[in-house]
Design a protein around this ligand. Sequence first.
Ligand code: G3P
Ligand code: CA
Length: 252
Amino acid sequence: APKPVVNEPGELPDTAAHRGYSAVNPENTLAAYAAAMKAGAEYVEIDVHTTADGVPVVMHDQTVDRTTDGVGDVALLDGATVAGLDAGSWFSPAFVAEPVPTFAQTLDLMDTGSSDMLLEIKGPETREQVHRVVDMIVEAGLDDRMVIQSFDENVLRYAYERAPQIPLGLLRGTLDADPVAKAEELHLTYYNPSGTALATRPSVVRDLNDAGVGVFVWTIDSAADWATFTDLGVEGMITNRPGAFIGWKSAQ
Ligand code: G3P
Ligand code: CA
């Protein structure tokens, strides 16, 4: 049976490895995802964009400039070009020629482990682009190991109309006036604020949990902040340091 969304009192938050195990691997590469799975993260956080010829690839930024040896907008490059870029050298010579993974390759890798995916679809994507990503998840049989999250409300609407069984999370850098109402409107299973936003009104965790909605908070890398947000009862800690967070949890 699927795990209840909302934690029991005293239950520690799940670990969501932000862009993979990105503290010690180049973000959003298969190396980073494999390391996160090996560390035992319950979730691996992944960012997806679609190329000009309709290939979903993993990349955080809208351009390839910061994290590869190429230049330009992902949405204006073709899939073969992006998949041929070096996404490791910028981080360390130890990762030279580590490629930009396609989303299909990422699904194949995740299928070999047991971590769930916290998949961020970076907007603005078209309905067709979102449906393609969702269809790939369903065809891979991974819809029960997936949470789709986005800052873009339309992305969540498009995902829901295509595959309502996949849980949805709304990312927020500032809190809505009424997060519970927003969760109802968008059929959310999770409401995922930044730590800074959540600190402005910590009581929203209780309100959301009472409505059956879980909270994943981002991006939280210090032990002091892990303690603060664990005490608030969040369901997930999105962190660049999954190994350290797992170690911290085992000492609680
Ligand atoms: O998972 C939440 C977090 O990833 C959102 O911010 O910029 O790292 O994608 P960003
Ligand atoms: Ca992200």
